[in-house]
Design a protein around this ligand. Structure first.
Ligand SMILES: C[S@@+](CC[C@H](N)C(=O)[O-])C[C@H]1O[C@@H](n2cnc3c(N)ncnc32)[C@H](O)[C@@H]1O
Length: 240
């Protein structure tokens, strides 16, 4: 496993990026793409939304809190927000809280998300609300029923300080072989502690050590078919 020491590339600084095929960001620090090369938006629906039983679990919930490890381009948020707007009822509220070490710049978010016309509205709203220098907790009320918070810094610090009880988690911290920190037992335990009983997680990852860390943390684990030919992905529930 390659362990990146984020301090070597400067925590809080923009993530070193290069662009492949025009609009596909690639992290040169972690040696990985931000989402699958087939279609990151459809991957989000298969892995993170369906893996957490969404949108169905939004039904009749006055407030729903999603946590995400790794905000990246905001693709998962944008697709989730799009789905939320299609599904929600009056009076319901979604809070999406993401933990990100290297927040991207507005132009980078805009460039990556412009790949998908389906999320044009969300991309434009996110890019125009996004601060010039994201730091601390970026909190954006994007509409009357949707709040985005991006907690800048190491996920392990942000999650340990989060007061809230999360209903669902998107675990999206690059491939486990490239970024062990985002899949450590310590972080998985914090994630489970901050999850409401009956709450869930989903991830494209299927590595044995990730499954063991999530099980040790207290989740019941289910293996499902992965996206775009990937044999497996993991999702699971915190027992009631
Ligand atoms: C696969 S990308 C996330 C993609 C993202 N969800 C999207 O919709 O574009 C992984 C993200 O995790 C962030 N990251 C890596 N290590 C981290 C750490 N220790 N704490 C917080 N964020 C981290 C990276 O900067 C990167 O943005």
């Amino acid at each position: 496993m390659t362990d990146i020491n984020p301090d070597q590339i400067g925590a809080g600084k923009p993530q070193p990026l290069e662009w492949r095929d025009g609009d596909m960001p690639y992290s040169t620090a972690f040696g990985d793409h931000f989402y699958c090369q087939t279609d990151g938006r459809l991957e989000c629906r298969h892995v993170f939304l369906a893996g957490n039983g969404l949108p169905e679990r939004w039904n009749a919930r006055p407030v729903f809190l999603i946590g995400e490890l790794g905000f990246g381009t905001g693709l998962n948020f944008s697709e989730t927000w799009r789905q939320w707007k299609l599904y929600r009822q009056q009076g319901q509220h979604l809070h999406f809280m993401s933990f990100e070490l290297y927040p991207m710049r507005r132009e980078e978010i805009d460039r990556a998300l412009a790949h998908w016309p389906e999320i044009n509205v969300e991309r434009q709203a996110l890019a125009s609300a996004w601060p010039d220098s994201p730091q601390g907790i970026v909190s954006l009320d994007l509409d009357e029923q949707t709040r985005l918070s991006v907690v800048c810094g190491h996920a392990v610090d942000g999650v340990s300080e989060a007061a809230s009880e999360f209903d669902a988690w998107y675990l999206d911290g690059f491939a486990p072989s490239r970024n062990g920190d985002m899949w450590s037992e310590e972080l998985m335990r914090l994630v489970c502690q901050k999850t409401t009983p009956g709450g869930s997680f989903a991830t494209y990852a299927a590595a044995g050590f990730v499954r063991r860390n999530l099980a040790a943390a207290g989740f019941s684990i289910e293996r499902r078919k992965g996206f775009a030919g990937k044999r497996e992905m993991l999702c699971g529930v915190k027992p009631q």
